[in-house]
Write a protein of this length. Structure first.
Length: 157
């Protein structure tokens, strides 16, 4: 078990370092033309996750527990489910994890806000590379994002 945890931490650190490298090479959305390169160090967040630096000012990306998620909405179509454990969900973060929307780390957020944050903090899809070849295991998908009283919520079906 200890070896599995250590291996998982190493894979997480390497993933964050590679993501930081891709971000530093092209900016958050691929539109950063000043070619700012940031150091590849990582910040360990209070929840145990890691974040890297983001050009052009090379500040650390916010930790998932530091993000003030926008949950405002006008219609159900304004909302999307997001695993807050992975912050903005850059590239393929969490793609191989089982999906269980009943867990509290799955929240409903404004999709336009999420897209805007991803354009700042995430590499472009081309910089992320191909999707990992792991099967998606769905444990509980019986929740949907809804807009209720102009707030995105996660609602059971």
């Amino acid at each position: 078990m200890q070896a599995l945890i250590s291996r998982k931490k190493i894979i997480t650190i390497v993933s964050v370092l590679l993501t930081s490298f891709f971000v530093s090479c092209g900016g958050g959305n691929g539109n950063n033309n000043d070619n700012t390169a940031c150091t590849l160090d990582v910040k360990i967040c209070s929840d145990g996750s890691y974040v890297g630096r983001v050009p052009p000012d090379c500040r650390f990306a916010p930790c998932p527990d530091e993000i003030n998620f926008d949950v405002s909405c006008n219609t159900d179509g304004d909302c999307v489910l997001l695993n807050k454990r992975y912050g903005f969900g850059c590239c393929w973060s969490g793609a191989c994890d089982p999906i269980d929307y009943s867990l509290s780390n799955w929240i409903s957020v404004n999709h336009n806000w999420l897209d805007a944050q991803r354009s700042v903090y995430c590499p472009s899809p081309e910089q992320c590379g191909p999707a990992p070849g792991c099967p998606t295991r769905i444990i509980n998908d019986r929740f949907i994002p809804l807009c209720l009283d102009q707030r995105c919520i996660k609602s059971p079906l």
